[in-house]
Design a protein around this ligand. Structure first.
Ligand code: 4NP
Length: 154
């Protein structure tokens, strides 16, 4: 059985689509047998493609995230996935509150996998400057490598 991983942010149009794209690329490079998806805790952007600034920063780095469409996290996600990975601490709190007792999924913070960055958020670039997307890309690629290392370690 492949491991199933869901990345979650607030809107599912900036950070978690970038995390999905970065981790998919890293997993393919390493030949990992994983299923990957993303979602948001909020419903404002359901059905929309990622923010054009997120699409652009991924494209600059050779990753196409343009076909993704936003959706809201659902209670059944906690049965469907092994790991639900929050992009920031507020999202982590919301996911922990939503998690049904005895659910399959383990909920975790993305940057907890990165040495020296435990407890840190991938900052929300939505309302900020353009370079926030470059910072988010660097963070999600760093997180993707660390998460892939953990999966490879078993
Ligand atoms: P994301 O960024 O959580 O990284 O997708 C946001 C996108 C939209 C909103 C907030 C954050 N919003 O409030 O619409």
């Amino acid at each position: 059985m492949p491991q199933s991983i869901l990345f979650v942010c607030l809107g599912n149009i900036c950070r978690s689509p970038l995390a999905e794209g970065a981790f998919r690329t890293e997993a393919e490079r390493r030949g990992l047998d994983v299923e990957i998806d993303s979602a948001g805790t909020g419903n404002w952007h359901v059905g929309e493609p990622p923010d054009p600034r997120a699409v652009a920063v991924a494209q600059t780095n050779g990753v196409d995230i343009g076909a993704q469409r936003a959706r809201q996290v659902h209670p059944r996600d906690f049965e469907k996935h092994d790991w639900i990975v929050a992009l920031d601490g507020a999202v982590l709190d919301d996911l922990q509150a939503m998690r049904p007792d005895g659910a399959r999924a383990e909920v975790m913070l993305f940057l907890d996998h990165v040495e020296g960055r435990s407890g840190e958020d991938v900052a929300d670039p939505y309302y900020g400057q353009e370079d926030g997307f470059a910072v988010a890309w660097t963070d999600v690629t760093t997180g993707a490598k660390a998460l892939a290392d953990r999966i490879e370690a078993g």
